[in-house]
Design a protein around this ligand. Structure first.
Ligand code: F6P
Length: 554
């Protein structure tokens, strides 16, 4: 047994779970009129309501004990103090430094990283402003109308999510495009309508070794050279964001157009770094500073607030409670804001790549559940697809609901309907509907006893399904920065308590390496025998059919 599952606190939580698992939240609310006041917190513009959870004071006491058993305060300070807590890669974890406005140095290996950050930030802001103000000129002295970010994972999902979320702040005459997929349809469909003379490419790759990004970058470069008849304009139309300056230069990008990131920022935590170039081009420097400020306020809250009032800590503890004791295995994120439509995808990488681990910090297999399966969809869209499952399915899925109180673009009628759904769904998930309530409803609709008996079982909602609601004033840059930082810290806390390294991602390596070998095998007509029979069979079938199709189509 691991130290965690052997612990007294873990056993007490197990016992407590037996007591609470049959208690219905409806009864908890009926018994305590102050439940919302007790279990909700406000941080600046964000209200965090966690009262619709299957918890009481005893649950929280035990969960908070879990945090203290894990020396969470020490882990938090280790992260902020630049200790190499990403031990498998021997790296510090300093995305928080990227939003730290102070001039108090943060030293790593004798270098003040804040000074480095300021230099690179100045450079990306300059380029962004030059593009935004039409000062930056491409071939034939034309201004840039389209910016294409080529990158994948953290070099794509964060910038895409943020630029979509803050669309109202972006100029209408500057178009952003993102190419991530190696499937050539992605790049072909994007380039088809672009004019090479007015298009600017950002090759975004922390390592500059990611195959998908490099192949896409080469195709983009070739397209550009073909369209403009030579390489002389590359410098005006391509830049790179990377920690691997050497490889970016070898690719053909001038050092002056290479923006640095550092090994102490993980890909999925990198949207605060130069990886934010498309974000700053979209929303401008001032709004970007607001974005950083929102995250910094959460950093301060996380670092200095007692755990019982600390939003990311409570979010993390609730996640552990459900995943390990209720065995929920998953969580769903439900943004009631169209502009947050890429938030679930972004959160999937952030959470699942961070805590999707089965080996602890000591290299031993864990005997508990680590990160959850994260899924989600913008609402109300999701209400009409998988909410049936959430309400009446056999799995318990804890939900996070995110919603803006006010949207400065909104038509009042639309927004009222949208927000009424937020409250209604959270209430329905919590309360459910009993047989008696269903019976009374059907009776008042005039159904006879027989009809009621037949229909009623289908209309019963078990309820007791937990939700957190994050209600914020409006989706502006500062609030978005804060929301992202809340989730980053939630994931950090879970990693600390569950004793996994949230900052490496070895699990993506095996598939990548195998793909490289298979890619060579696909390059000739020989039958493949080197794999298991299924993989050999699939590869050989592919080769045979591919060749046939090719011959057929000339
Ligand atoms: O999918 C694995 C991963 O390493 C992610 O962690 C990262 O965000 C993504 O690939 C892209 O990596 P890079 O920015 O180095 O191209």
């Amino acid at each position: 047994m691991s130290r965690l599952t052997r612990s007294k606190t873990w056993s007490s939580l197990m016992e407590h779970y037996q007591d609470i698992k049959h208690v219905h939240m409806r009864d908890m609310f009926n018994r305590d009129e102050q439940r919302f006041d007790k279990y909700s917190l406000q941080l600046n513009d964000i209200l965090f309501d966690y009262s619709k959870n299957r918890i009481n004071d005893e649950t929280l006491k035990l969960l908070l004990q879990l945090a203290s058993d894990a020396n969470l305060s020490i882990w938090i300070e280790k992260m902020f103090a630049a200790e190499r807590i990403n031990h498998t890669e021997y790296r510090a974890v300093l995305h928080t430094a990227l939003r730290n406005p102070s001039h108090q140095p943060i030293m790593l290996d004798g270098v003040d990283i804040l000074a480095d950050i300021r230099t690179e930030r100045g450079r990306i802001k300059q380029l962004s402003e030059d593009i935004r103000t039409r000062k930056w000129r491409g071939a034939s002295n034309q201004a840039i109308t389209d910016v294409v970010n080529i990158g994948i994972g953290g070099s794509y999902l964060g910038p895409l999510m943020v630029t979509e979320a803050l669309k109202p702040y972006a100029p209408k005459d500057l178009n952003l495009h993102f190419i991530s997929n190696i499937d050539e349809n992605h790049i072909n469909d994007t380039l088809e309508y672009l004019n090479a003379e007015t298009t600017f490419f950002i090759i975004s790759s922390k390592t500059f070794t990611t195959q998908e990004t490099l192949v896409n970058a080469e195709t983009a470069l070739q397209w550009h050279v073909n369209e403009l008849g030579g390489k002389e304009y590359v410098d005006r139309h391509f830049c790179a964001v990377t920690s691997n300056v050497k490889l970016a230069r070898e690719f053909g990008i001038e050092e002056a157009r290479i923006f640095k990131i550092w090994d102490w920022v993980g890909g999925r935590y990198s949207l605060w770094s130069s990886i934010a170039l498309p974000i700053i081009i979209a929303i401008g420097s001032e709004q970007f500073d607001e974005f950083l400020a929102g995250a910094y306020e959460v950093d301060q809250h996380f670092r200095h607030t007692s755990f019982d009032r600390n939003i990311p800590v409570l979010m993390a503890l609730l996640g552990i409670w459900y995943n390990n004791f209720f065995e929920t295995q998953s969580m769903v994120v439900l943004p009631y804001d169209q502009h947050l439509h890429r938030f679930p995808a972004y959160l999937q990488q952030l959470d699942m790549e961070s805590n999707g681990k089965c080996v602890d910090r000591q290299g031993c297999q864990v005997d508990y559940t680590t990160g959850p399966i994260v899924f989600g969809e913008v609402c109300v869209e999701a209400q009409h697809s998988f909410f049936q499952f959430l309400h009446q399915g056999t799995k318990l899925v804890p939900a996070d609901i995110l919603a803006p109180i006010y949207d400065f673009n909104s038509i009042e009628k639309h927004h009222r309907v949208l927000i009424s759904n937020v409250f209604a769904q959270a209430e329905a998930l919590m309360r459910g509907k009993t047989y008696t309530e269903v019976y009374e409803d059907l009776k008042s609709e005039g159904l006879d006893e027989n009809q009621i008996k037949q229909l009623a079982p289908y209309l019963v909602f078990p309820g007791n399904r937990p939700t957190n609601t994050l209600l914020f004033n409006t989706l502006d840059a500062k609030t978005l920065g804060a929301i992202i930082a809340l989730y980053e810290h939630k994931i950090f806390v879970q990693g600390a308590i569950l004793n996994v390294n949230s900052f490496d991602q070895w699990g993506v390596e095996l598939g990548k390496n195998l793909a490289k070998n298979i890619s060579h095998e696909l390059n000739n007509v020989k039958r493949v025998k080197s794999h298991d029979s299924s993989t050999n069979g699939l590869i050989n079938h592919y080769k045979c059919q591919y060749l046939r199709e090719k011959l057929k189509n000339g």
